[in-house]
Write a protein that binds this ligand. Structure first.
Ligand SMILES: Nc1ncnc2c1ncn2[C@@H]1O[C@H](COP(=O)(O)OP(=O)(O)OP(=O)(O)O)[C@@H](O)[C@H]1O
Ligand SMILES: [Mg+2]
Length: 368
């Protein structure tokens, strides 16, 4: 089955009943930007149960340059990527097109485990900052290698000859870790500082000035009781080296590196109170969408371009007034893809003006 869509500049609204393929369409654009889907746990899940492979292709125009991207997923092997007719790596496609997406699942950034929040920050920074992405991947690789060595050590006695050799390996990782870890720490701090500024402004305006938003970064390397106090580069590195040594015995028992940016967390406060524990459903949704709208300003500031905005299941998330406020706050220069089970609410709010409607049914666009 094949679906081809010509999108318009401005707002494209995909509407239709549940299970018809609306999210699939938005997900395709996500894949062309990041080469992965947040929804699928494994690549093979993206392939139709009755097929061997799935192909997503897109043609883009950016700064008057046009280019094509294709990503092919297979049941039994790794995905392949093509840019302008040439095979290439997923890494070289990643971020060619910038997106900002708001999916219902994004509330988990606030309510979910710390890994959700780290992933949010790392993905958003990486889309516009290649150096951060490279360093981040290097850091994760170092941690994974270190953890693998810790696991081997946990199965040996200290007097074993191999134990000493492995200890040398740990020391070599621990020499490399501080630089890589500081890059991740610094990158996240800078990102959150800028995002907090934009997101607070948006959150206040959606909540009619009733709610103030603050964002704190809790760093596992920090020895202050207030974990969100910023550390200088020297202090961060000294402290990390100290903790890696101090925790080593424990790390071997747990087969894990227990300190570093891969253990950090981000906290969102609404009027000074942690949103994760005390935020109402509506406050959490508003916070999640404020973060995503803030991302638009962030990307624009970094690249001089607006990202493509993807909003999934818009009407089930917000009432008409908030919906109107949100759409109103989106720049007319942006290309937006929205999915919704309802098109009437948009027709009422905008009098059918400035929105391109696509009705989705059975995996196809049936009219527009
Ligand atoms: N790997 C797969 N193979 C075949 N069908 C799949 C696969 N993955 C998902 N589907 C189906 O694709 C259909 C479209 O799903 P999609 O999530 O895009 O619907 P939707 O229009 O966004 O629905 P909703 O309004 O409920 O969010 C669903 O019926 C789903 O079961
Ligand atoms: Mg959907």
């Amino acid at each position: 089955m094949c679906l081809e869509i010509a999108l318009s500049p401005g707002i494209n609204l995909f509407y239709g009943m549940n299970g018809q393929g609306k999210t699939n369409i938005l997900e395709s654009v996500e894949i062309l930007s990041t080469t992965r889907s947040d929804r699928a746990f494994k690549e093979a899940e993206l392939v139709n149960h009755n097929e061997e492979s799935a192909l997503v292709s897109g043609r883009f125009l950016k700064n008057s340059l046009d280019f094509d991207i294709s990503v092919n997923y297979y049941k039994n092997r790794k995905k392949t990527c093509v840019k302008n007719g040439k095979n290439t790596t997923a890494d070289s496609i990643f971020g060619s097109v910038n997106i900002v997406k708001f999916f219902p699942k994004d509330a988990e950034i606030i309510t979910g485990a710390p890994a959700n929040r780290r992933r949010y920050a790392d993905m958003e920074i990486s889309l516009t900052d290649r150096a951060y992405y490279t360093n981040y991947k290097n850091y994760i690789k170092l941690i994974e290698s270190r953890n693998a060595v810790l696991k081997q050590m946990s199965e040996l006695q200290e007097r074993d000859f191999k134990y000493g050799e492995l200890m040398d390996l740990i020391e070599s990782y621990d020499e490399l870790l501080p630089d890589a870890a500081y890059g991740v720490y610094r990158g996240r701090l800078d990102f959150l500082k800028e995002i907090a500024l934009y997101a607070d402004r948006t959150h206040r305006s959606i909540s009619s000035n009733r709610e103030k938003l603050d964002i704190l970064y809790h760093c596992s390397v920090n020895e202050n009781t207030d974990k969100s106090m910023n550390l200088t580069e020297n202090l961060f590195k000294q402290r990390l080296i100290f903790l890696l040594k101090k925790n080593l015995k424990n790390d071997i028992i747990r087969k894990l590196t227990t300190v570093g940016p891969h253990k950090d967390d981000i906290e969102f406060l609404i009027n000074g109170t942690p949103a994760k524990n005390f935020g109402s459903t509506g406050q959490i949704k508003t916070l999640a969408v404020s973060l995503k709208l803030a991302q638009i300003d962030y990307v624009f500031n970094k690249t001089g371009d607006y990202p493509v905005l993807l909003i999934d299941d818009m009407t089930s998330e917000f009432d008409a007034e908030r919906l109107f406020n949100i759409i109103k706050s989106i720049s007319a220069d942006m290309q937006v893809l929205i999915s919704s089970t309802d098109n009437e609410i948009f027709k009422t709010a905008f009098g059918g003006q400035g929105i391109n409607y696509f009705k989705v049914s059975g995996g196809a666009v049936v009219n527009n």
